[in-house]
Design a protein around this ligand. Structure first.
Ligand SMILES: Nc1nc2c(c(=O)[nH]1)N[C@H]1C(S)=C(S)[C@@H](COP(=O)(O)O)O[C@H]1N2
Ligand SMILES: [Mo]
Length: 386
């Protein structure tokens, strides 16, 4: 049996597959990846236990904006990447040059593009799967997405450097310019180059609208990708329910106690004890790493007031333990600057209602400018670190 021969680049004749088109889409793709990279670094840092430079607690909506941008930029990149790959993939089939040196240079360049494409596809696919809470893989999403982010950005910088002369020529010239096209790319189709670009911007714009809806309230109705943009108790979405976390029985148990620990000092508080302490109300968003966010008004005890009960000095990290036994979010670190911020609460109520079981009843952490994943629910123990 004879394998079919690979196509030759001459068989690809559409004049839409042009450097003039690829560079224009590539520019916006590059912008999206740069935004996703920078906001990704911020999110990764915000989730580190140890923060040599404290992550700021202001503005309270900072993480909401950076993480919303992260997921939106990634989603917008999906149609851009698909069209970009379509315009350039025939170049894969251009016959390799003769001569060892040229061949080596060409080989390296193609390898770097291979890394870039594989990395970009991996980031977009795992990112989208994560934001729809689908984790069929065995690896840590955060560590892998972070590492591949560096690799992808590195390969992107190499790619831009190598292609800079072509990019500059393409972007300063007219979109109809053909001077850098493959010789056979001359056939007119149903779309003009401008038409293809407009369609691509339209697709990216739709993707933005569809994701931004899970962050921007008035866009919520058009948000088909905003998986958890819908309602939960008190009008705030639920990330993981009490039953999924396996805490239903312990959370409603009459023997529930919040334990405060500082060195040798230990205090136990019931939910009624917490309600008897001075109550504060703060408007703070909950901003999930998966991109959705919601404004909310929380009522409860100021974290600093609780720490005062066990005579904890300022500047101490606090280890927060949840009733939740399984999963990675049962124990989190509330860094000192968050613990000491006046707006940080151990919330007992949400939007004027008693905190729902699924929102973390009997009590949960809510702090300004903090990744949702660290706003620990069903809190049972606060331990001040040395
Ligand atoms: N104990 C515990 N706390 C948790 C979680 C969890 O799975 N277990 N999920 C976190 C995540 S990822 C988010 S986004 C917020 C969501 O809070 P909500 O479900 O009240 O909206 O809770 C956080 N607190
Ligand atoms: Mo989350």
């Amino acid at each position: 049996m004879k394998l079919p021969a690979p196509p030759s680049d001459e068989q690809f004749t559409s004049r839409l597959r042009s450097a003039a088109v690829a560079a224009r889409i590539g520019l916006w793709l590059g912008i999206c990846f740069a935004i996703a990279f920078v906001t990704g670094l911020i999110s990764h840092y915000a989730q580190n236990h140890s923060q040599p430079i404290p992550f700021p607690t202001s503005p309270s909506w900072g993480y909401r904006v950076t993480q919303g941008l992260h997921v939106t930029a990634g989603t917008a990149a999906v149609p851009l990447l698909l069209v970009k790959l379509w315009t350039v993939y025939p170049r894969l089939f251009i016959r390799p040059p003769r001569g060892a040196r040229k061949l080596a240079v060409e080989g390296l360049e193609r390898a770097s593009i291979g890394v870039l494409v594989a990395g970009a596809v991996f980031q977009l696919v795992t990112g989208l799967m994560n934001s729809s809470q689908w984790y069929p893989w065995g690896f840590s999403f955060r560590a892998t997405h972070y590492a591949v982010g560096w690799v992808t950005i590195g390969a992107m910088v190499v790619h831009i450097a190598v292609k800079l002369p072509i990019i500059r020529h393409a972007l300063t010239g007219d979109v109809e310019d053909t001077s850098q096209d493959r010789p056979t790319a001359t056939r007119h189709g149903v779309l003009t180059r401008r038409g293809l670009l407009r369609t691509t911007w339209g697709a990216a714009g739709l993707a933005v609208l569809a994701t931004a809806g899970s962050t921007v309230p008035f866009l919520r109705d058009v948000s088909i990708f905003g998986v958890r943009s819908g309602d939960g108790p008190a009008g705030v979405p639920i990330n993981r329910s009490a039953s999924a976390a396996g805490v239903t029985a312990s959370a409603v148990s009459s023997s529930f106690m919040l334990t405060l620990v500082h060195g040798d000092t230990t205090t136990g508080l019931t939910r009624q004890d917490l309600l008897d302490l001075p109550q504060r109300t703060e408007s703070l968003p909950i901003a999930c790493v998966e991109g959705w966010s919601a404004s909310a008004t929380w009522t409860g005890v100021r974290m600093r007031d609780l720490l005062d009960l066990v005579a904890a000095p300022p500047g101490r990290d606090v280890v927060v333990t949840s009733l939740q036994q399984r999963g990675a979010f049962g124990v989190t670190v509330l860094q000192a600057n968050f613990a000491d911020d006046d707006r940080t609460l151990l919330a007992l109520g949400l939007n004027g209602e008693t905190l729902a079981l699924d929102h973390g009843f009997p009590c949960r952490v809510i702090a300004p400018d903090r990744p949702g994943v660290l706003q620990t629910k069903w809190v049972t123990r606060l331990e001040v670190q040395a």
